[in-house]
Write a protein that binds this ligand. Structure first.
Ligand SMILES: CC(C)=CCC/C(C)=C/CC/C(C)=C/CC/C(C)=C/[C@@H]1[C@@H](COP(=O)(O)OP(=O)(O)O)[C@]1(C)CC/C=C(\C)CC/C=C(\C)CCC=C(C)C
Ligand code: ATP
Ligand code: MN
Length: 352
C-alpha cells in the first residue's frame, strides 16, 4: 500500500481494494497452475470465423489508436497476441466510460449500466453481443482474466452518475480504483508475470493497481477545468479547504499561489503511485516490461507538463509532444532491460 504523503491514511478504501487485489492474485495463481499462461491458445475456429475474429481485433486496434495515442504506442511494443488482447480490453473499457462520459451520457440511467453488466456476463460465458464483445470474449478464453475488475469498473460508472464531489482522498481513491485501478488488474493476466520473478503475485497486482491509480490521478489533474465545466470536481474537498480553496475558486479558474501550492502536493502524490508501480514492472514477463514502462513514462510526463504550464489546468490542456513521446521509448527500453540486482533467497527469508 502507498502511504498518503498528505497526512491521513486512506485506510478504509485501501483495505477494501487490497482485499480485491488479494483475491485476484490468488485466482490468477490457481488459473495459471491449471492453464500455463505462456502458451497462448490458438484460435480454434472455422476459417471464415477466424477472419471475422481478426477483423474484430483489428477494429479494436483502430479504436485504441484513435482514442488513446499513449496506450496505443505502448501496445505496439507488445507481442501480437497480447497486443490484440489489450486492444479488446481497451475497447470494452472505453465503451464503458463512454456510457457516462460520452455524447449520450445525459440519458444514461443505472438500468442501462445493469444491462451493460448482463452483456458482460454473457460475453464471459461465450455469448458476445457484437463484434467488439466477441474480441473480448475470445481474449478471456485465452488469458486467465477474471470478471471482477470489469464489474468493478461498471460500479465506478454508477458512482460517477450519483456523485460529483469527493469528501477526502479515501473516497477519491475508491473512485480511482473502480475506473482505473481495475484496468491494471485486468491487464496483469495478459502481460504475464516473469517465471523468474521472486515477488509475490499480490505485490505485482498491487503495482498494477498503483499504475491505474497514478494514471487516473494524473488524468484528473490534467482535466480540472474540463471537468469543472461539467460540474464535476474530482479533488478531495478537505484538502481543498485546508489549502484555503473552494469550489468557487475552481469555477473561477484563476491560477493563484494557493492553487500552485495545492497542485504541487497533488502532483507529488500522483508521482508516489507511479513510483510504486515502477517497482512492479521488472516482475512482469520480459516482453511486457518495455510497453508497460513506456506507457508509464509517457503518462507520468503529463505531470511535468502541468508544471511547465505553471499549474494552469483550468484553460490549458497539458500535452506531451510527439517528440517527447518518441524519446520516452528508448529510455523505457533501456530501463526495462536493466534488472535490479537480486537479494539472495537466503537473505530474502529475513526480508532483506
Ligand atoms: C499499454 C497499456 C499499459 C495498456 C493498457 C490499456 C488499457 C486497457 C486502457 C484502458 C483505458 C480506459 C479506456 C479506461 C476507462 C476508464 C478511464 C477513461 C480511465 C482513464 C484512462 C484514460 O486515459 P486517456 O488519457 O485516454 O483519457 P481521456 O479519455 O483522454 O481523458 C485512465 C487514465 C486510466 C488508465 C489505466 C491504465 C491504463 C492502467 C494500466 C496498468 C497496467 C497496464 C498494469 C501494468 C502492470 C504493472 C505491474 C505495473
Ligand atoms: N482540449 C481539446 N479539445 C479538442 N481536441 C483535443 C483537445 N485535447 C486534445 N485534443 C485532440 O484529441 C486527441 C486526443 O488528445 P490526447 O492528448 O488526449 O491524446 P490521446 O490520443 O487521447 O492520447 P493520450 O491521452 O493517451 O496521450 C488529439 O489528437 C488532440 O488533437
Ligand atoms: Mn486522451
Amino acid at each position: 500500500m502507498v502511504a498518503n504523503p498528505l497526512g491521513e491514511s486512506a485506510v478504509s478504501s485501501e483495505q477494501k481494494v487490497y482485499d480485491v487485489v488479494l483475491k485476484q492474485a490468488s485466482l490468477v495463481k490457481k488459473q495459471l497452475r491449471s492453464n500455463g499462461y505462456l502458451d497462448v491458445k490458438p484460435d480454434i475456429i472455422l476459417p471464415g470465423n477466424l477472419s471475422l475474429l481478426s477483423k474484430a481485433y483489428d477494429r479494436c486496434g483502430e479504436v485504441c489508436a484513435e482514442y488513446a495515442k499513449t496506450f496505443y504506442l505502448g501496445t505496439l511494443l507488445m507481442t501480437p497476441e497480447r497486443r490484440r488482447a489489450i486492444w479488446a480490453i481497451y475497447v470494452w473499457c472505453r465503451r464503458t466510460d463512454e456510457l457516462v462520459d460520452g455524447p449520450n451520457a445525459s440519458h444514461i440511467t443505472p438500468t442501462a449500466l445493469d444491462r451493460w453488466e448482463l452483456r458482460l456476463d454473457d460475453l464471459f460465458q461465450g455469448r458476445p453481443f457484437d463484434m467488439l464483445d466477441a474480441a473480448l470474449s475470445d481474449t478471456v478464453t485465452k488469458f486467465p482474466v477474471d470478471i471482477q475488475p470489469f464489474k468493478d469498473m461498471i460500479e465506478g460508472m454508477r458512482m460517477d452518475l450519483r456523485k460529483s464531489r469527493y469528501q477526502n482522498f479515501d473516497e477519491l481513491y475508491l473512485y480511482c480504483y473502480y475506473v482505473a485501478g481495475t484496468v491494471g488488474l485486468m491487464s496483469v493476466p495478459v502481460m504475464g508475470i516473469s517465471p523468474e520473478s521472486q515477488a509475490t503475485t499480490e505485490s505485482v497486482y498491487n503495482a498494477a493497481l498503483a499504475l491505474g491509480i497514478a494514471n487516473q490521478l494524473t488524468n484528473i489533474l490534467r482535466d480540472v477545468g474540463e471537468d469543472a465545466r461539467r460540474g464535476r470536481i474530482y479533488l478531495p474537498q478537505d484538502e481543498l479547504e485546508e489549502a484555503g480553496l473552494s469550489d468557487a475558486d475552481i469555477y473561477a479558474g484563476k491560477v493563484t499561489d494557493k492553487w500552485r501550492s495545492f497542485m504541487k502536493d497533488q502532483i507529488k502524490r500522483a508521482r508516489m503511485f507511479f513510483d510504486e508501480a515502477e517497482k512492479g514492472v521488472t516482475e512482469l514477463s520480459e516482453a511486457s516490461r518495455w510497453p508497460v514502462l513506456a506507457s508509464l513514462l509517457l503518462y507520468r510526463q503529463i505531470l511535468d507538463e502541468i508544471e511547465a504550464n505553471d499549474y494552469n489546468n483550468f484553460t490549458r490542456r497539458a500535452y506531451v509532444s510527439k517528440a517527447k513521446k518518441l524519446l520516452a521509448l528508448p529510455i523505457a527500453y533501456t530501463k526495462s532491460i536493466i534488472r535490479p540486482s537480486r537479494t539472495s533467497p537466503e537473505l530474502r527469508k529475513y526480508n532483506l
